[in-house]
Ligand binder design. Structure first.
Ligand SMILES: Nc1ncnc2c1ncn2[C@@H]1O[C@H](COP(=O)(O)OP(=O)(O)OP(=O)(O)O)[C@@H](O)[C@H]1O
Ligand SMILES: [Mg+2]
Length: 112
């Protein structure tokens, strides 16, 4: 928590390996992120950390369902069907899965 402009988003970007620090060191659990190669950062972002951006960053040409599974598709993995079902129902997205981001409300986009 902190006032607008105090560095919350910047901190998140550094913790997720999306941005690099000019001073200091960044640790995620037992892993020091500072100095990791781009390849290792990619794996870390894929497997260890995720967060919701202030802007949604959905892929406009993909459906809600495709946006949800995109990170796993890129990683070459298949989502667990039962888990995916549970997430979709918990977030009330069942009847919006075939819609593209522009056809979703702001809250629906954020939940996707
Ligand atoms: N790309 C950038 N180049 C230069 N300065 C930046 C850049 N991005 C952010 N800043 C500055 O860094 C500071 C921290 O920004 P940051 O986005 O981390 O704030 P925040 O705490 O997330 O704010 P908010 O609550 O408004 O989202 C701000 O003063 C901002 O102007
Ligand atoms: Mg912010």
């Amino acid at each position: 928590m902190g006032p607008s402009g105090s560095g919350k988003s910047t901190l998140m970007h550094c913790l997720a390996g999306l941005d690099t620090v000019s001073a200091g060191r960044v640790w995620l659990g037992d892993t020091e992120i500072t100095g990791l190669r781009e390849r290792e950062l990619t794996r870390l972002r894929r497997d260890r950390i995720g967060f919701m951006f202030q802007s949604f960053n959905l892929v406009p040409t993909l459906t809600a369902a495709e946006n949800i599974t995109l990170p796993m598709d890129i990683a070459g993995r298949r989502p667990d069907a039962a888990w995916l079902d549970r997430v979709i129902d918990t977030l009330g997205l069942r009847d919006r899965l075939g819609h593209r981001p522009a056809q979703l409300s702001g809250g629906q986009q954020q939940r996707v």
